[in-house]
Design a protein around this ligand. Structure first.
Ligand code: ZN
Ligand code: ZN
Length: 300
């Protein structure tokens, strides 16, 4: 099960309804925070989540609305005997910026941090059950999109096993590893006795100009979380100038990449009274679109 929790959904400044940007992806023992806007700690409290369970932080870029929560969060982690090594990933500049933060704020306790600075597209985390790929975006600061991919799993076909008379044990283990077995003198191939369960894919595309890498990052996603700061119908020029996506562009990425569901976030103050206009524009291109709200949870 992959769960995504929205802990902040606003652009630039927090509003009464929306905190600055942050999302938490929960998968097995990993709690991956994607961006870390201001007031993140209160958002954790309200959502009844424990920040000490964070295992990794993925930073899309170093604009304030995506990282202003970092010093406070790091201090809390340091104060609470966090025994793990906190793994931080981000674009060019991340090493210098994290080191500066750790130097600028006088944390009373030490915290073990591993900083991974990503300068090219590719796999940045390769775990037993999942991997994460980063893709360079085009923004006014070095920026990355992230693609989380749960690895495919081979599951035992219970009906087949029952019929064949196989019992739990090492033979089933071999089948699950994709190996053929011999049972009562008969050869059984893994593909006869097992089924492949496709892993889930979740993509996060934050601040960027519409570009080819968006499609690569989002390919076949079960869930695409994308920024949508402007309406194409009103501000396509501003979107190009400030290097952001419009709602229509986010929907086009979802559609062409064969994404199953799109969630629009990074909602501008401009539309705070009526954010539905963002959703309506996206829906004209891609029906399965939804507007992010703080504390919204999506389970895949
Ligand atoms: Zn930005
Ligand atoms: Zn932003």
């Amino acid at each position: 099960m992959v769960e995504v929790i929205f802990l902040g959904t606003s652009e630039a400044t927090p509003s009464a309804e929306r905190n600055q940007l942050a999302m938490l992806l929960k998968y097995k023992n990993d709690n991956i925070l994607i961006d870390c806007g201001e007031c993140i700690q209160r958002q954790f409290k309200i959502a009844k989540l424990n920040p000490l369970k964070i295992t990794r932080i993925l930073i899309t870029h170093w604009h304030g609305d995506h990282v202003l929560g970092l010093p406070g969060l790091l201090q809390t982690i340091a104060l609470n005997n966090y025994s793990k090594t906190l793994k931080i990933y981000g674009p060019k500049g991340t090493k210098q910026f994290v080191k500066l933060l750790l130097k600028t704020f006088i944390f009373q306790e030490k915290i073990k941090v591993e900083i991974n600075e990503i300068t090219k597209d590719g796999v940045i985390i390769d775990s037993k059950d999942f991997y994460v790929k980063a893709f360079k975006m085009k923004h006014t600061a070095p920026c990355l999109a992230y693609r989380f991919v749960e690895k495919d799993m081979r599951k035992i076909d219970i009906a087949f096993i029952k019929k064949a008379g196989l019992k739990p044990g090492p033979l089933l283990g071999k089948l699950q590893q994709g190996k053929a077995i011999t049972f009562q003198g008969k050869k059984i191939k893994a593909r006869e006795a097992t089924k492949i369960k496709k892993g889930k894919k979740v993509t996060f595309i934050m601040d960027t100009l519409f570009n080819k890498n968006c499609f690569k990052a989002a390919k076949d996603s079960d869930l695409l979380v994308s920024e949508a700061v402007f309406l194409e119908s009103e501000h396509i020029d501003k979107a190009r100038e400030r290097k952001h996506l419009t709602a229509k562009q986010a929907a086009t990425i979802a559609k062409k990449s064969k994404t199953k569901k799109l969630i629009l976030t990074h909602i501008s103050q401009r539309y705070s009274k009526n954010p539905k206009v963002i959703l309506n524009e996206a829906k004209k291109t891609f029906k399965v679109s939804e507007l992010a709200e703080d504390f919204m949870r999506i389970i895949l």
